[in-house]
Ligand binder design. Structure first.
Ligand SMILES: O=P(O)(O)OC[C@H]1O[C@](O)(COP(=O)(O)O)[C@@H](O)[C@@H]1O
Ligand SMILES: [Mg+2]
Ligand SMILES: [Mg+2]
Length: 348
């Protein structure tokens, strides 16, 4: 473990006065200050004023909790003090125009995993940094319709037993933890490497009957364990908090799936491309993992609207690619050893 602070890390990233990098570093500093404020409110739990009341519905129809809106206000305010042209949030229908001359556009899920707020489970904030290209004033939402490969950086804060920042600025994925002694973030891991193989999956299995055949076949094969075609036992984890599931995968590998399914409104899954899937995919790829919409690389998707959803599969690369094969080579799914009936087939 190293003892470099986030400040030192960002200084070395900026190097000799590159102005875009300076803007990125200043923005990360502001995001980190805002996350510390939110951490204090979360620590108060039900004793705090901003906690867990419900309001109306957000742009995507979800019930908003007071803490969602509080977090959004805090991050928006922080971005007013950063070199940011546009702020787009899960909680706002349209992006907010800030400093039109600034080089960055920030897309954010201010409070991820909010169904867990009352249950004292880890929640987080996910952010994506994009170049503020085009004419931000004319059609602000259009600025965010860039493929995830354009991201300059991405990260998330996780409000868990520790307040941690998972960050990539295009050269590895680094984890910082807030030191209560120093009052600042300290680097806990220089760069994470997600192992390419895994025997641990995360999926909301209650949706089994709504999934398409390929996802069901994949899960069936995992669940058969050492007696099935995979010839090994699997373990399951599902925290229902994307940041927490991703953090675990960055620490010890694994696979996460939120596929599309047949429920009304879930044909493209639940997660939002611009401010959830893209930043998570960026972090995962920078850690040596892979991320797809079950078939296509997430970072290559061209967003069509700010709040659009996408199916998401990410984690250990061999497993991510295996799931793609269940979708793209269905004919081979039928050709299985008699021992396993008429399904499943891909050995490790
Ligand atoms: O409740 P479900 O359908 O299992 O979905 C859980 C997923 O939804 C999310 O909570 C969506 O994020 P929000 O809380 O920001 O809407 C993810 O964190 C999590 O992975
Ligand atoms: Mg979310
Ligand atoms: Mg959210």
């Amino acid at each position: 473990m190293t003892t470099a602070t986030l400040g030192a890390f960002l200084n070395s990233y900026v190097g000799q006065g590159d102005s875009l990098r300076s803007a990125v570093a200043a923005t990360i500093h502001q995001l980190a200050e805002a996350a510390i404020k939110i951490r204090h409110v979360i620590n108060q739990g039900v004793l705090g004023a901003a906690f867990a009341g419900t309001r109306g519905a957000n742009a995507d129809g979800d019930i908003q909790k007071d803490l969602d809106v509080f977090a959004d206000d805090i991050f928006l305010d922080a971005m007013r003090h950063a070199p940011v042209a546009l702020y787009a949030s899960e909680e706002l229908e349209q992006p907010v125009l800030l400093n039109g001359e600034a080089p960055l556009a920030v897309a954010i899920d201010p409070l991820d995993g909010s169904s867990n707020i009352d249950t004292n489970v880890s929640i987080g904030t996910i952010f994506s940094l994009l170049p503020a290209t085009g004419a931000p004033g004319a059609n602000p939402a259009a600025v965010f319709l860039q493929a995830g490969t354009n991201q300059i950086g991405a990260g998330f804060f996780i409000y868990g037993p520790q307040l941690a920042l998972v960050l990539s600025l295009g050269s590895g994925t680094h984890i910082f933890v807030l030191s209560s002694r120093l009052g600042s973030f300290v680097q806990a891991y220089e760069s994470r490497i997600i192992p390419d193989r895994t025997q641990e999956f995360a999926i909301n299995a209650a949706n089994y009957r709504h999934w398409d055949e390929a996802v069901r076949l994949y899960m069936d094969d995992c669940l058969k364990g050492s007696e099935g075609p995979r010839e090994r036992d699997f373990n399951m984890r599902w925290i229902a908090s994307l940041v927490a599931d991703c953090y675990r995968i960055l620490i010890r590998g694994g696979i996460f799936l939120y596929p599309g399914d047949n429920r009304k409104g879930y044909h493209h899954g639940r997660l939002r491309l611009v401010y959830e899937a893209n930043p998570i995919a960026y972090l995962v790829e920078q850690a040596g993992g892979a991320a797809t919409d079950t078939v296509t690389r997430i970072l290559d998707l061209e967003p069509e609207s700010l709040h659009q959803r996408t199916p998401v599969v990410f984690g250990s690369s061999r497993e991510v690619h295996r799931i793609a094969r269940y979708h793209t080579e269905p004919s081979s799914i039928g050709e299985r050893a008699p021992l396993f009936g008429n399904r499943g087939l891909f050995r490790a």
